[in-house]
Design a protein around this ligand. Sequence first.
Ligand code: SAM
Ligand code: SF4
Length: 323
Amino acid sequence: MKDRFGREIDYLRVSVTDNCNLRCVYCMDEKDNKFLKKDEKLTDDEIYRVVKESAKLGIKKVRITGGEPLVRPGVVDLIGKINSIEGIEEIYLTTNGILLADRLDELVKNGLKGVNISLDSLKEDRFNKLTRLGHVDNVLAAIDKAISLGIKVKLNTVIVNDINKDEIMDFVNLTKEKEIDVRFIELMPIGIAINYKGVANEEVLNIIRRKASDFEEVVRNQSGGPATYIRLNGAKGKVGFISAMSNCFCEDCNRIRLTPEGFLKQCLHFDYGVDLKSILREGVNDEKLKEVIYNNIYDKPEKHLFLEDSEHKELKFMNQIGG
Ligand code: SAM
Ligand code: SF4
């Protein structure tokens, strides 16, 4: 369906939990994080119903995210159930990769088309510092296994000043030998991230230009997503740039988000949306549920205002919204 600005909205990001097995420094506090209780989160059946009605409105692609989606019990089956909904053509997962390797066979069997794995450092000591809890070998093993299973694999990397700028070329060079796209994602000033300084993608690209002699032309993004891409000469994968801060892609935005507590969110930046959990638990029928979703999608704001003040600015942390 189209929203009031004529954008085709066909992509739903479903965050299935705010909990996580890591504590990345720009995403969560180290201690005293308050997580939703089980009954505060949508059940599998409630998520299924929301996706089913959304599919009737034209949602074709679903991404499961979090928090860390793989810490939610039963998520592998939930992915299979969502994949079976009429109209859903593609289902993807965004994960930190820590628990991924062991689940991949079943995920692929259940219809998973691809995986975005977040990884900000290839060095064990730094990875452990950045995530406060993780070991990079688990993630690297998951990347190789996902490639071997033939699904689409993208790495999402956030470059933060004074932390991992020196690893930009290490990430770029991964695309030479591996069938993966590496995408640099600009840090957004959400939640605890306001305490960190991201590196603009223009600077990342300049570093690549200086250091990669076999740099090849920009390949325009064919998939309709927000990334723009380049490719090193002869490389198997591409290098992408998702520049939400320096280059707003809102006019092509095709997505809405469902938070773990059942709030259908129109835009990452705003607290606008609708509380679907309440109406689901009041016994709403499918027709009415579809109408509520329709109205919410239709009303999607024109663009984010990260760089401006707004009384409706989202104050939650990224793990609570769903990245
Ligand atoms: N736990 C999963 C993971 O790490 O992939 C899924 C959720 S996580 C919130 C999704 C993505 O959001 C990660 O790639 C993470 O680096 C990114 N992220 C978290 N906080 C961010 C911020 N303030 N700005 C930009 N990206 C952020
Ligand atoms: Fe967890 Fe992902 Fe946030 Fe890291 S970025 S703390 S892995 S939700």
